[in-house]
Design a protein around this ligand. Structure first.
Ligand SMILES: Cc1ncc(COP(=O)(O)O)c(C=O)c1O
Length: 360
């Protein structure tokens, strides 16, 4: 069977070797004669799986000891509420508005406090990342909130915003593990797993210990303190998704050789695609060059009918999920860690042939 090249923004492609290993272990995990799906989360064998997942994540991302790692549920979207519920004191937050995912976070924050949008790229269809300086940070905000990589528009922060001593909270859903990041530049990092970490259903939160406070008045399931006190086992965690995440991390460590190597591969893939787009007469990438994401690459022809034709021809040829997000249209190739270089080369070849046929 020939698999398709899946450019979905999430859930998205997973390393084939990981899927194969999960298939091999499906009925009998390491001699247990059961599937990981069937295991009690309180069993020793499962405890080893979740502990191994955390150890590998800490090693790969070089997470300092004064940060806790949580394996939660509710998607990245639940963090839009959990963060203010746990972290707001003055009930004020500074946000840099870089697109739909920051807007959704803003909506949830506004239910609990005051949101100050200190910068925005909305006037230019979120095609760039605004520059902020520490003078722009409010004196009384509880933290500064950003979306590190904007999945829909294909933009990424290539700098760490200065926050004048305020905690920096970042949505890493579509860039976690794409390259080495300095975790201590941030106070809270969160990510839905379904792009670079594994299947949907798992959300990872990496939080500096000093932000975790006892808050008896909030629901237990929304409390970072409750989840840290219980090592992500306050209730049944998403056991199978954590197991697959562990396999992805093992692959990154043992086959790829760490995040520096992953970055090289990701940059190579992105360069192949952007170089072609920059020279194409048909397709164009609408993003400010400095702010281009290496994970999500957007492109347009400027003609909706032609965009539709491209997506449908691509699908017929085994390049799937290239349609842009419904809020922006055009096309988007999400080239997460699991997408091989070969997939991007073949996509570009297909785009060239499509372009030639259009006689532009
Ligand atoms: C940057 C970003 N944040 C948040 C989300 C929402 O994630 P979830 O569907 O896990 O709530 C997404 C989903 O694609 C995303 O790309």
């Amino acid at each position: 069977m020939k698999r398709v090249y899946n450019f979905s923004a999430g859930p998205s492609c997973i390393f084939e070797a990981v899927l194969q290993k999960a298939a091999d272990q499906m009925l009998n995990y390491e001699g247990s004669k059961m599937s990981v799906m069937e295991m009690s989360h309180r069993s020793k064998i499962y405890e080893d799986i979740i502990n191994d997942c955390e150890t590998r994540l800490r090693r790969l991302m070089n997470i300092p000891d004064n940060y806790k790692v949580l394996f939660l549920q509710g998607g990245a979207s639940l963090q839009f509420s959990m963060i203010p519920i746990n972290l707001m004191k003055n009930k004020k937050v500074d946000v840099i508005n870089t697109g739909l995912w920051t807007k959704k976070a803003i909506t949830e924050h506004q239910k609990l406090g005051e949101v100050n949008i200190i910068a925005s790229s909305q006037e230019d269809n979120f095609s760039y990342i605004p520059k902020v300086s520490k003078e722009m940070i409010s004196d009384d905000c509880d933290y500064v909130y950003i979306c590190q990589n904007n999945t829909i528009y294909g933009t990424v922060y290539n700098y760490v915003p200065e926050t004048n001593g305020k905690p920096l909270v970042a949505d890493f859903s579509s860039c976690i593990l794409s390259k080495p990041y300095n975790v201590s530049d941030y106070d809270l990092i969160f990510a839905g797993a379904q792009k670079n970490m594994g299947p949907a259903g798992l959300t990872v939160v990496i939080i500096k210990e000093n932000l975790i406070e006892e808050k008896p008045e909030i629901p237990s399931m929304l409390s970072y303190k409750v989840h840290t006190d219980n090592n992500s086992m306050y209730n049944t965690p998403p056991t199978y998704a954590i197991y697959i995440c562990g396999l992805v991390l093992q692959h990154l460590e043992e086959t790829i050789g760490g995040l520096e190597n992953m970055q090289k591969i990701n940059e190579e893939k992105a360069k192949i695609l952007y170089d072609y787009l920059d020279n194409s007469k048909l397709f164009k990438n609408p993003v400010n060059k400095e702010d281009r994401s290496i994970m999500n690459v957007t492109f347009i022809t400027g003609n909706e009918k032609l965009d539709e034709l491209f997506v449908s021809e691509a699908t017929k040829n085994g390049f799937v999920n290239l349609k842009g997000h419904r809020s922006v249209g055009g096309m988007r190739a999400s080239i997460y860690n699991g997408m091989p270089v070969e997939g991007v080369k073949k996509l570009v070849q297909f785009m060239k042939e499509f372009e030639e046929k259009q006689n532009v």
